[in-house]
Design a protein around this ligand. Sequence first.
Ligand code: PA5
Length: 442
Amino acid sequence: MTTPTTHRHDREADRPELKLARAGSLAAEAEECLSTDHLKEAVASIRERRGPGSEFLGWLDLPGVAKTEVDELRAVAEELRTEVDTLVVVGIGGSYLGARALLDALHWQRRRSASPEILFAGHHLEASAITELLEILEDREFAVNVISKSGTTTEPAIAFRLIRDLLHRRHGPQGAARRIIATTDAKAGALRRLAAQEGYRCFVIPEDVGGRFSVLSPVGLFPLAVAGVDVETLLGGARQQLDRCLHAPEAEVHAIRYAAYRHCAFRRGLAVEVLASFHPSLHQLAEWWKQLFGESEGKEGLGLFPTAVDYTTDLHSLGQALQDGPRILLETFLRADRTEAGPILPHAKEDLDGLEYLAGRSVGEINATALEAVAEAHETGGVPVAEIVIDDLREGSLGGLLAFFEFACAVSGRLLGVNPFDQPGVEAYKLNLFRRLGRPGS
Ligand code: PA5
């Protein structure tokens, strides 16, 4: 169980913050929804750990993970940090998106660190990319963290077999085993069996935590620790956020307000939620968010389809459709308050590029103005615009953001009436692939 801490009603504790000033009449509907029995029951079912899929609510406990467990994964991470120049993280879906999201979001703080490079594999089947990765690894001193809860997923299993083969040829079976860390189920699956037989070091994905809710387990924490990320602060941010989600009055919890808002949008007939960030470094975080909401809610013909854009880049491609296309969208801005202001535009003797009116202003300031301009335009174009604001792009804020989305997603799924913690639709593809590839027993 997460340990409740005293509720602080200051600004820091209220982040991530949901702002609905540009959401039109949906804002009022969402506020009304907060006092309904339907909403209160949805929240209570998560807080009291009951209802469909409640055996997969272990993610609520992850930020409170025992210090010894964190110390253990940090010790192995420290060892690798001195021995290898590259860590290859092999996994797909929830087994890689979280770590990748955080590494990108924290890139500015990691750019001067001498940490091993983290490469990702096993999340696709593009032959040329896998060939290129194997070529790159020929010249690297690398270790592998293979991550799979089921231990049977095709894409990571293929990549792992290829990479393991490379390690075996270079170091022999024992040398390879020292460089392989498996993160998988405590007992079941082919990866667990292989790890036991070959003597790999292992981290456990708790049985009661599904893939897309596993970022704060060793699935995310170990690669992040190898990359030099402060995992304690990340967990602390998540812990503080979940504490609010679990214990504060519903109407004061922004994650619950976000769930209510999404539900009202769906009931009104909107079909697509566009997560829009003005920080390209949050691109992968939006990929993680897409999986979280897409796999949790897209069931029984229900759920908002989650998609994402990077601004201002995509304003020059999808901007037209957002402004004037079918009115089936709601847009959710994701932004950090305190980010690097960046370079200041210099003065020029002659204003040949016509930019002198911007001289003296920072790129960060111009980006912030672009956000206001886009929000105004899309609101005028009939798109409800919500904003989720975090303090900065550091571990604590990002940990809070992950927990915010996880809790909002659980409540949102409950409001829809689906089981937010299963993914029967994913199995259909996996089974077809096994059959077509001729897997024994398929
Ligand atoms: O959220 C999920 O459960 C899935 O998307 C999985 O993360 C993904 O299919 C990978 O599964 P596994 O970790 O079993 O290889």
